[in-house]
Each structure stands twice: as C-alpha cells, then as structure tokens.
Design a protein around this ligand. Structure first.
Ligand code: FES
Length: 250
C-alpha cells in the first residue's frame, strides 16, 4: 500500500453544519491513490498528533475531508484558510470492498456519513440511510441526491426527516439490497451488525477509534477481531478502518 506525507493546497474550508466543516485539498500525486473508506491524517501546527479524517470524496487530484470540530486540533483545522498549505499523510488504511453487480446499502451515523459518499459513488443505484442527532447536524443530503442515491434521512429527535434510528429503516429495507457498508458511532455499528447477522446480509463496518501514529506503529487504535476461531488484537488504522462486521468483537 502506498502512502506519503505531502503538502496539500487548501482550496476550500467552509462550515456546512453546526461544528462541521468541508475542506477540499489538492495534491496531484497523493489524492489519486485514495480508495473509498480510507482516511487522511492531517497535521495541525502546534499539535503533536495528526487528526485522522475520513475521505469523503475524491476528484481530479482533490480530496474532500468533511470533519467535526471535537477539540483543539480540529478547531485549529477549521481556522485554516483557502490558499494555505496543509501537511497530510494519506491515503491510509484499508477501505470498503465493493463488488460490481451488487446493490449496496450505505449507512452513516453523524460524522460517519462522509465516507459513505465516495463509497456510494462506486456503485449502481445505492440505498443510503443517514442518521443524525438533530437537524442542525445534517450534512451531505444534496450530494447523495446528486449521485442518484435512494436516500433516507433520520434524526434521533424527529427535528428533520424520519423520527428514529437508521436501524428502523434498515429493518424495513432488508429485502432491497445485497450488502451493507456502515460507519458511525459504535452502538449504531453494533446494532447494524447484529441486524445484518440475523438476516444473513454481509456487512462491512468502518470503525471510528482514537488514533495516534495512523500507520500501525503504536497501539492506540487496538481492536479485538475474531478470525479463524481465534481472537486477535488488530489495528484500526492499518488493518482497518473497514472490517467484516462478523469479525468485530463489539
Ligand atoms: Fe498507531 Fe493505529 S494509531 S497503531
């Protein structure tokens, strides 16, 4: 797998929802290497650790990174300006495995929604289920519509779209697709994985874990995986972030 740390030019860094920003960064060498489900590790000056941000989309040497301000590092990132240079280590991790000829259901919860866009673009007639806590956090609805996805919006509090959880929709749509790809908070992934297992639907999950090095050199992102009858400790950053849901010990 090839990755590198290189300067990217910031083309845009705009707020698109409450505490959520859309950054477009250009590097003609690194950006074209990215596949769906991988992530970029962004260096923020004055912070020791990079910030892992999922790749939301890729086009013509440009990566789109949609991120939420969660602490000092992402707050500084949100203040970066168009024309600035940002050091990014990318593309990292193993992404979603997409097979042509299958209908996929992409499920995103909160800031787990962005990587679903680039993944859904790789497939025919995708079903996309997005869930947010409340209406002020909703993102990327027009982007999914523009790629022709069948799109369902849910909010936990009923302030927009359907009142409820992504799993409520998933239960109703089980007969309409072949495989699920999901990214979002762990309780959501656990519920999606259980529903898929009960109904014999293959499911890939992208895990959101704290990360440090991003390349398998520390153990900050350890995850327990069942494989060949054994329980292994793997790295989300290097072995994931996408795993077969049946292998993950939630
Ligand atoms: Fe260091 Fe994964 S973040 S091993």
């Amino acid at each position: 797998m090839r990755y590198d740390a290189q300067p990217f030019e910031i083309l845009e860094n705009t707020r698109i929802a409450d505490g959520i920003f859309d950054m477009r960064v250009k590097n003609d060498v690194i950006a074209p290497l990215a596949v769906c489900g991988q992530f970029a590790h962004v260096y923020v000056p004055s912070k020791t650790l990079r910030r892992p941000i999922s790749i939301c989309d890729k086009q013509d040497g440009v990566l789109r990174l949609v991120y939420q301000v969660k602490g000092e590092g992402t707050r500084l990132m949100s203040q970066m300006k168009k024309g600035d240079s940002v050091d990014i280590l990318a593309p990292l991790g193993n992404g979603f495995k997409i097979e042509q000829g299958k209908r996929y259901c992409f499920i995103g919860g909160g800031i787990g929604v962005p990587p679903m866009l680039y993944a859904a673009k790789q497939t025919e007639n995708p079903l996309v289920i997005t869930g947010f806590r409340t209406s002020s956090l909703i993102i990327l609805q027009d982007d999914f519509k523009n790629i022709g996805a069948e799109l369902v919006l849910t909010t936990d509090d009923g302030s927009a779209g359907r009142h409820g959880f992504v799993t409520d929709v998933l239960k109703e749509k089980l007969g309409e697709f072949d495989e699920v790809c999901a990214c979002g908070p762990t309780p959501m992934l656990k519920a999606v994985a259980a529903l898929c297992a009960e109904n014999n639907k293959p499911c890939q999950v992208s895990l959101e874990e704290r990360m440090a090095c991003g390349i398998g050199a520390c153990l900050v992102c350890a995850v327990k995986i069942k494989r060949d009858g054994r329980e292994l400790t793997l790295h989300v950053c290097k072995d994931g972030p996408v795993f077969n849901a049946e292998e993950v010990v939630f």
